[in-house]
Design a protein around this ligand. Structure first.
Ligand code: PMM
Length: 282
C-alpha cells in the first residue's frame, strides 16, 4: 500500500503531494513502483496535529481518489470522517482506512456497512493533539489486541461483514518506540484475532529512535526508507497482509525477495498476500 498524503503537514512527507495534480501523479508513480493499493489521505495524524475541517478534507481527497480510480488504481481512503469515506467510495475508493477504527465519527461504521467496502480498523486511543499522554500500557500486545478485538466486534455489530475487516496495531498512535517494537515482535497475538493485519511502520518515530546517532539524534523521516523496507520484509514473513509505505519500490523488492527465500511463509489465513485481492472481494 503506497501512501499519498494530500496534506501540507504530515510528518513524513508533508507538503510534497499537496496539490491535486501532483498527488495524482504521485499515486500513479507508486503503482509503477509496485503498489497494489494507493492510500489517499487529506488529514495529518502526526503527534500534536490539530484537525482539518471536513470541507477541506473533501477538497483534498475526492478529486485525487476519482482520478486514480479512473486510471484503474485500487484506492483506499485514509479518513476518520464518514462523509469523506462515503464520497471517496462514490468516487471509486475500494477500501476505507480509518485510523480511529470507527471511534472518531459515529456515522463511520454505518456508512461503511452500507457501502459494503472493506474497512481497516486501526488501534487508536484518541486524537493526535494529546495521544502521547495515552501511551500507557502494562502489556502493550495484550491491551492493543484486546482493544482491537472490541473494535472488530463493534464494526461487526454495526453491520460490516467480518470478512471485510482488516486490523492494524496503529504504530506510533498513543505508543512510544518500545511499544511499536513489541507490537511487531508480537504479531502472532494480532493474527489470533483472525483478520488480515496491515502494518504501517514507514518512516515512523520508532525507526528514527532505533537509528539515532551517538548524540541521540534520529535521522530525518526521508532517510528511514531502507529501514522501512527491512521492516516490511520482516513483517511480511510474519504474515502481514499489507504494509503501508511512502517509498514503494524498496519495500516491494524487499517483500518479494523475502517471500522468495521463504516460499512457505505464513501469510494470513484468510487473505493470501496476492496483488489485487481485498478482504471481502475474494
Ligand atoms: N499511520 C498514518 C496514517 N494512516 N493508516 C493506518 N491504517 N495505519 C497507520 O499506522 C497509519 C495510517 C500516519 O503516518 P503518515 O503521516 O506518515 O502517513
Amino acid at each position: 500500500m503506497g501512501v499519498v498524503n494530500v496534506t501540507p503537514d504530515s510528518f513524513s512527507d508533508g507538503g510534497h503531494w499537496f496539490d491535486t495534480a501532483t498527488a495524482i501523479e504521485r499515486g500513479l508513480d507508486l503503482v509503477h513502483a509496485g503498489a497494489d493499493l494507493v492510500d489517499v489521505g487529506g488529514e495529518s495524524t502526526r503527534p500534536g496535529a490539530s484537525r482539518v475541517d471536513a470541507d477541506e478534507e473533501l477538497r483534498r481527497v475526492v478529486p485525487v481518489v476519482r482520478a486514480l480510480a479512473a486510471e484503474g488504481v485500487l484506492v483506499s481512503v485514509d479518513t476518520m470522517r464518514a462523509t469523506v469515506a462515503e464520497q471517496a467510495v462514490a468516487a471509486g475508493a475500494v477500501l476505507v482506512n480509518d485510523v480511529s477504527g470507527g471511534l472518531a465519527d459515529p456515522d463511520m461504521i454505518p456508512v461503511v456497512a452500507d457501502a459494503g467496502a472493506p474497512f481497516v480498523v486501526m488501534h487508536w486511543r484518541g486524537f493526535s493533539h494529546d495521544m502521547n499522554s495515552r501511551a500507557v500500557y502494562d502489556d502493550v500486545v495484550a491491551e492493543v489486541s484486546s482493544e482491537l478485538r472490541s473494535r472488530v466486534e463493534a464494526a461487526v455489530s454495526g453491520g460490516i461483514a467480518r470478512e471485510r475487516l482488516v486490523i492494524d496495531p496503529g504504530l506510533g498512535f498513543a505508543k512510544h518506540p518500545a511499544h511499536d517494537l513489541c507490537l511487531m515482535a508480537g504479531m502472532d497475538a494480532l493474527h489470533a484475532l483472525g483478520r488480515p493485519v496491515l502494518i504501517a511502520a514507514s518512516r515512523k518515530r520508532f525507526i528514527g529512535h532505533v537509528l539515532r546517532d551517538h548524540e541521540g539524534t534520529p535521522p530525518p523521516a526521508r532517510e528511514r526508507d531502507a529501514a522501512t523496507a527491512a521492516l516490511s520484509a520482516i513483517v511480511a514473513l510474519r504474515g502481514a497482509w499489507a504494509v503501508r509505505v511512502h517509498e514503494v519500490r524498496a519495500t516491494a523488492d524487499a517483500v518479494r525477495v523475502a517471500r522468495a527465500v521463504e516460499p512457505a511463509c505464513p501469510v494470513s489465513e484468510n487473505v493470501p498476500l496476492v496483488p489485487g485481492r481485498l478482504p471481502g472481494h475474494l
